[in-house]
Ligand binder design. Structure first.
Ligand code: ATP
Length: 428
């Protein structure tokens, strides 16, 4: 089994990611997060928000809708041109994005394909219920449009002035032709975006700044720095308005893969929305009075993609002293679903269970903890290792005597005796 298969199996087995609608045979490109996965994903989003919004005086957040005025997608260019070039294998009739083919069909090996055809990836829907009055609309193909739409609102309603950024985490939908590799290419996914509005003369400075900041973010998140790199978009493949663009890539089991894009968008987005809406979105500098269309540095990444890469990054199979192998997710401690697991050594001894409940209650006000009284301790360790719980706390007979518990470390498997009153400090 390769790492993708192993991670896919683990994700299902341990409540991290389930295929959506599985009892109906599944539906391609849609996934649900389970009880463990939802905690991790929420932590991941919080981690990003803290890094991008909470710790900066000049970035604010919004939370926009999935459906917007349909004209937004005309202005953005998505209605006309949001496609993948798709070819069909002449033998097995499977369809692929042109950029996925390396000479031969990945399914049957045949080398003949149809001419590429363009498919639009926007999901369509309708607003209104009365036939004839229904208005065609789209599920947003990228989350960032709401940020452009609210540029003026934010200027008018907050104390921000340029340079400043607007951040958002939210769903996006793409009718991908070949959803694949678990959540890597899915049809419903979340993006974390930040659009930083600057004076045109300051573009280079902030483009470089955000490149560095975003790489720093990922280096802090992943364990294996050597699996991260920048990839510059070739100049001849840039959109006409873009002066520069870099992807931050992570080395997935199948090769380098885009995690996030950092884009020099210039004034393209606001200009388009000015033209299509007829609204003046120019900014007036409060000090100099200069009126101009702000330019934009964009950082746009995928939450689900980062989540999947984190699973690859964290997954280890280790041989233990007793010759057995354990699977362990050495995931960043801030992202792990639970900070600690609390085990009563035995489940049939009232005093021990009581004491363990006290420990659970003590900790659960401050951190996310999980209870496990099922099976033997070895099995409980295996389970918590597989979901990446950094610490396991066992309450035993000695605890009743001296108020100490065993704390076992996920990565080193070392066990130490800690006083209950010192537990919170030890864990943090
Ligand atoms: P790709 O070339 O892989 O299709 P993209 O260049 O179209 O990606 P962007 O439009 O720049 O992607 O979107 C920003 C981020 O959103 C990507 O870096 C990726 O992390 C995420 N993303 C895009 N499409 C998907 C998808 N189908 N499933 C999951 N995440 C996605």
């Amino acid at each position: 089994m390769d790492l993708l298969q192993k991670v896919t199996a683990l994700a299902k087995r341990r409540g991290i990611i389930y295929p959506n609608s599985e009892i109906y045979g599944g539906i391609g490109g849609f996934y649900d997060y389970g009880p463990v996965g939802v905690e991790m994903k929420n932590n991941l989003k919080k981690y990003w928000w803290k890094y991008m919004v909470d710790t900066r005086e000049n970035v604010v957040g919004i939370d926009g809708t999935i459906i917007t005025h349909p004209k937004v997608w005309e202005a953005s260019g998505h209605v006309e041109n949001f496609g993948d070039e798709v070819v069909e294998c002449k033998k097995c009739h499977k369809r692929f994005r042109e950029d996925e083919i390396d000479k031969a069909c990945p399914h049957c090996g045949n080398k003949e394909f149809t001419e590429p055809r363009s498919y639009n990836l926007l999901f369509e829907t309708h607003i209104g219920v009365v036939e004839g009055d229904k208005q065609k609309a789209y599920l947003r193909g990228e989350a960032c449009q709401n940020i452009y739409l609210n540029f003026k609102n934010v200027v008018d309603s907050t104390r921000q002035s340029i340079p400043f950024g607007i951040a958002q985490i939210g769903k996006a939908f793409r009718n991908e032709v070949t959803p694949q590799k678990l959540t890597f290419r899915s049809r419903e996914f979340e993006q974390w975006d930040m659009e930083f509005y600057v004076h045109p003369d300051d573009m280079k400075k902030y483009f470089d700044y955000w490149m560095e900041e975003r790489m720093k973010f990922y280096k802090g998140l992943y364990r294996k720095e050597e699996n991260l790199r920048f990839k510059q978009h070739p100049k001849d493949q840039l959109a006409f308005y873009a002066k520069d663009a870099y992807d931050i890539e992570y080395k997935a089991p199948w090769g380098w893969a885009e995690n996030e894009g950092i884009h020099w968008r210039g004034d393209y987005d606001l200009k388009q929305h000015m033209e299509f809406s007829g609204t003046d979105l120019r900014y007036t500098d409060p000090h100099t009075g200069e009126k101009y269309i702000p330019h934009i540095v964009e950082t746009s990444g995928g939450v689900d993609r980062t989540f999947l890469m984190l699973l690859f990054d964290a997954y280890e199979e280790e041989e233990m002293a007793n010759g057995n192998t354990r699977t362990v997710l050495k995931i960043h401690k801030d992202i792990a679903a639970y900070k600690a697991a609390v085990f009563p050594l035995v489940s049939n001894k009232e005093e021990v269970v009581e004491k363990a409940r006290e420990v659970f209650d003590l900790l659960s006000g401050d951190m996310k903890v999980v209870w496990d009284a099922r099976g033997n301790i070895g099995k409980r360790y295996r389970y918590q290792d597989e979901i990446g719980t950094p610490y396991c706390i066992t309450i035993d007979y000695d605890t009743l005597e001296d108020d100490t518990v065993t704390v076992r470390d996920r990565d080193t498997m070392e066990q130490t005796r800690v006083k209950i009153e010192d537990l919170k400090d030890t864990l943090s």
